[in-house]
Design a protein around this ligand. Sequence first.
Ligand code: PEP
Ligand code: MG
Length: 801
Amino acid sequence: MVGVVVVSHSPDLARAAVNLALQMVHGPAPHIEIAAGTSDDRLGTDPTAVAQAIVAADAGDGVVVIMDLGSAVLSAELALEFLPEPGIKTRLVPAAFVEGIFAAVISAAGGAQLDAVARDATEALHAKAAQLEQAQPLVRTDDSITPPAAVVAKATIVNPDGIHARPAALIVEALASLDARVTISTDRSSPISAHSPTGLMSLGTRPGDVVRIEADGADAAAAVDRIVALAADGFGELAVRDRLGSEARARDQLSRPAGVSPGRVVGPTLRMPDPITEPDPMLRIPETERPAALERLAHAAADIAEQLRSRSSAAGTVGQLLEATAAMATDPDLIADASRRIRDRGVTSERAAWEAIGSVADTLRVAGARQAERVSDLYDIRNRMVSSLTGCAIPGVPDPGYPFVLLAVDLAPADTAGLDSTHCLAIVTEEGGATSHTAIIARSLGIPAVVGVRGATAIPDRTLLLVDGSTGEVIKEPTDDQQATATTIREPHQEILISPGATADGHRIALLANIGSTQDIAAALECGAEGVGLYRTELCFLGRTEAPSVSEQIGTYRAVFSRFGGSRVVVRTLDAGSDKPMPFLGYAEEPNPALGVRGFRTATSHPDVLGEQLKAIKEAAEAESAEVWVMAPMIATVDEVRNFAQVAHDAGLPIIGVMIETPAAALQAELILAEVDFISIGTNDLAQYTFAADRHSASLVPLNDPWQPALLRMIEMVTAAAADSGKPVGVCGEAAADPLLALVLAGLGISSLSMGPAALAEVGRSLGQVALEVCRRAARAACDSDSPASAREAVRAILTT
Ligand code: PEP
Ligand code: MG
């Protein structure tokens, strides 16, 4: 992708212009570097800084440089002389500063080549000029003197706001990689370059307008097709409107839901508030309104401190922490800094709070250790301030003071883990799948959950909803008879596993629990787990901005090990990334995080974090009597296995394994087993990567069905490879919790099954009724089936003969 360098006298000006442009980018953004201000913090430009920025921004496709004025241009020209040899392809663009950055960023993000990006940036101002009728637009065409375009089409604008900034950016992106010169016109305006976002916006289109699209060049037809398709789709804005649509529509949309955590309850709904978004850095308030903004800021801070203090009487340490957080909210230095931003720069009160608190948080983060632990409290205050000043609901799980059914588009694992299961009767989400971490955590908390309920968040708060987490049934305003089939309080009821896991003829299959937090321990013990087959350590540290210290980790792990004296506890090292970002690992935005830096891959960038975790596990294991095994997640190569085995061995850990969660690992199971003592198959991820189907997607639930024969064959490949090794091969994905599928897994040669504690009793009962030979036949039949349904049917048929 072409890089963009912004040269300005003022860092504030450059940042604001870049922020504005980035709002328009929907996928990966180009690498943007700012070279602004002098090294001693004055307004000005510095050629050396510009040269460094060009080098940093170049990813091989070249760099466009956009400058503000005067010496910025001189600095940029001089910078070219400082570039290393061979020179980087660089274009200094004579573009209007804001429009140029805007157009260059969108064009580069769309994949345009260097010269096309430079052209789009250069032409960006012509649209404004045309709009103001001060100049002829560069691309204005006149049918009487120019030959007709090669391809012409018409499209009707159907989205409510016409071609505003976002649709304009989509059009520019869609054209960026094509060899086509395209214009768009309406019956009120002359043709405008479709490569210029500002030009497109200046068309002033409204719903119902018919636009004329004309294109020349090798890809003219494709270009026109893309724009016609975008317009027909309402530039993706119809679905959003629909979601906010009427109640009746919401009722219609309750479709294709999937129950992912059992239980049938009825209760009033409560919508999860939207996350707080960064207040607009560009908004300015007039001088006359600033005193009122200052007052609002002071009131908001006082209110928040008051709210926190009213809860601080709660409990000892928690109370003290809330009191400390309340004091931070009204910190005089912080308020003074925010007030200055309002008085001097005229930013809104919410923006002032955002910036001032953000700057304290940055300072604390740099200070490290104890101070850094307060960073998340500061962010909490910041969100509360913004919500108070903008009238938005406070983010996070609400506490309305009565039991509720939580409605959300999707829930982050951190939010789900923080749910109070006595108040949250059920969870209903629009997105998510049965193996998403949110579903897994809901099951571990015993909260009924249904995913894939389109339109759920459009249901008004306090609507009575019946939710069945087994069948996926969701009924709005159920009748009295229907209500009588459900409970209004959650009744935790967990059966107990009677004896160690074994088939009817005594073949042992260890039945272990998956745990994610110290709270899960009690459930695992109550349900009679033989040990822990998967301890998801990352769930203990979700949302943390600083890595947990070794001593904190030792405490956390000992709390688990001490309860499983003499039993196996398989500790998985941090499976960070994807839907479980760990801020302390400082990820860059990834376009496709499930395929990004997650699991063991984070050890490459943060070997210290893995090293400290292994040290803590070792020390905790030494202090307790549990039999501690350790394993790494998301392994893809034999080299990764060797690396992990080496560091775990160096840390003094005796039993070392890895997870088989990628097809690559499954294919090399034999080689992997030669390096470690055991393996554990993570069927959730193995399914996701085998079927290239996001496990969090509601619409892809069928592909992530653990009964998919292709997944079963993948498992068979692993167990066959492991057969001669004599080493344990467990399953710790959600497949292990299915009592019927457990028979298939036993038949495939699995030596342990690890699952949410609630499933242990039923899986144990199922195994205890079937001999190993029958399990083997069931496994064969399931693997040879051609669909999940026929696999289930084939297994049932074998069991009844
Ligand atoms: C799995 O992928 O099956 C697994 C057990 O790991 P997680 O669900 O935590 O990704
Ligand atoms: Mg996994």
